[in-house]
Design a binder for this molecule. Structure first.
Ligand SMILES: Nc1ncnc2c1ncn2[C@@H]1O[C@H](COP(=O)(O)OP(=O)(O)O)[C@@H](O)[C@H]1O
Ligand SMILES: [Mg+2]
Length: 326
């Protein structure tokens, strides 16, 4: 047997790859690099849960991937210097950090009909905050008014269209790191100049500040057109509710209209699995703040003492069993 071949105990055990931005390679719970997953709650949970269920789970940082295409077609995949058989299922978890390698690998896998949780086109759409808003707006889903600020020429429009403070966002960005609250017009000009000086290619969005939601939003986990969990995130200080910014989660009873909004947002973006963030317009109405293609499970797990990785496995194993029968 080739070293990279897995030993399947029976034909209900699968090889599943998780594509991460980092670390390099984790092949099992005993891998020396397992420790690198300590800050990656969801990826670690997927590895632990899948392994417990008897499946072979491999985590790859996308920098380690090489691919082959020849007269024989799109053939081999080399990861970490090893030529690998293709897996049964792939879970991309790079989110907005989808890079050239991930894109090439996902194209490769899709061409070879390997089932992937979230298709490349949907991941790419979600990675671009403005692209998402275009799709959501075009499908009648409420969003905060947003302007792609390409040049200083648009500044006069901002005075007409927005009230201060406004939100300034960079795309792509995540964990609240590329989002700021800007109090007045002069500060906005300063931010614009400052950011463009540091990175002339930065894509910037100006957005209506939803004051009623300050420091608070709802994270809805959608999988296969169903809601798996909903939780509020509350900032300890400031307006950003991301856990990475110190936010704390609590379970939340999702009103039916918000549920429909979250499911439809995932659907119009083509995302099978999505973390939809909703802002409170008032106590009863919501709008979409953003949709994540690789949502973290910690928000919902800690709010309701659950393990969403189990639900993800249930879902993908059903799919694999269904595929066998067709
Ligand atoms: N328009 C807005 N009005 C009020 N708060 C906002 C707005 N946009 C973002 N926020 C807050 O900032 C956080 C981060 O913004 P988001 O667009 O989700 O970026 P990231 O991808 O970094 O999470 C949100 O979770 C929310 O708490
Ligand atoms: Mg967010």
């Amino acid at each position: 047997m080739k070293p990279n071949q897995i030993t399947r105990r029976d034909d209900t055990k699968y090889e599943i790859w998780i594509l991460a931005h980092e670390p390099a390679v984790v092949e099992s719970l005993d891998s020396p690099s397992f420790v690198e997953l300590r800050h990656m709650y969801s990826t670690r949970k997927l590895l632990e849960t899948g392994t417990k269920l008897g499946h072979k789970i491999r985590i790859f940082g996308t920098k380690e991937i090489s691919l082959g295409a020849s007269n024989k077609g799109m053939d081999f995949v080399i990861i970490n210097n090893e030529k690998l058989e293709l897996p049964d299922y792939v879970i991309p978890r790079t989110g907005c950090r989808v890079n050239y390698n991930t894109t090439a690998l996902l194209r490769h896998l899709e061409a070879r009909k390997i089932p992937v949780l979230n298709k490349l086109h949907a991941i790419q759409k979600a990675a671009d905050k403005f692209h998402q808003f275009q799709v959501l707006a075009n499908n009648g889903i409420p969003i905060p008014k947003t302007l792609l600020l390409s040049s200083k020429a648009a500044f006069n429009i901002i005075k007409e269209e927005f009230d201060f403070p406004v939100i300034l966002k960079m795309t792509p960005s995540s964990s609240g790191k590329g989002v700021a609250l800007v109090n007045d017009f002069n500060a906005l000009k300063d931010y614009f100049q400052f950011i463009r000086e540091a990175n002339p290619k930065a894509n910037l969005l100006v957005q209506k500040y939803i004051a009623h939601s300050s420091g608070r939003d709802v994270r809805v986990l959608v999988l296969g057109g169903k809601v798996l969990g909903a939780a509020t995130r509350k900032a300890v200080s400031g307006f950003k509710s991301n856990l990475a910014q110190g936010g704390e989660s609590q379970s939340f009873k999702l009103p039916p209209l918000a549920k429909t909004m979250a499911i439809k947002s995932a659907e119009v973006l083509g995302l099978e699995c999505a973390g939809v963030d909703l802002l409170f317009m008032n106590d009863h109405e919501f709008c979409v703040c953003e949709v994540n293609s690789a949502p973290g499970f910690l928000v919902n797990d800690s709010a309701s003492n659950s393990n969403l990785a189990t639900n993800v496995f249930q879902y993908l194993l059903n799919k694999l069993e269904e595929n066998k029968q067709t």
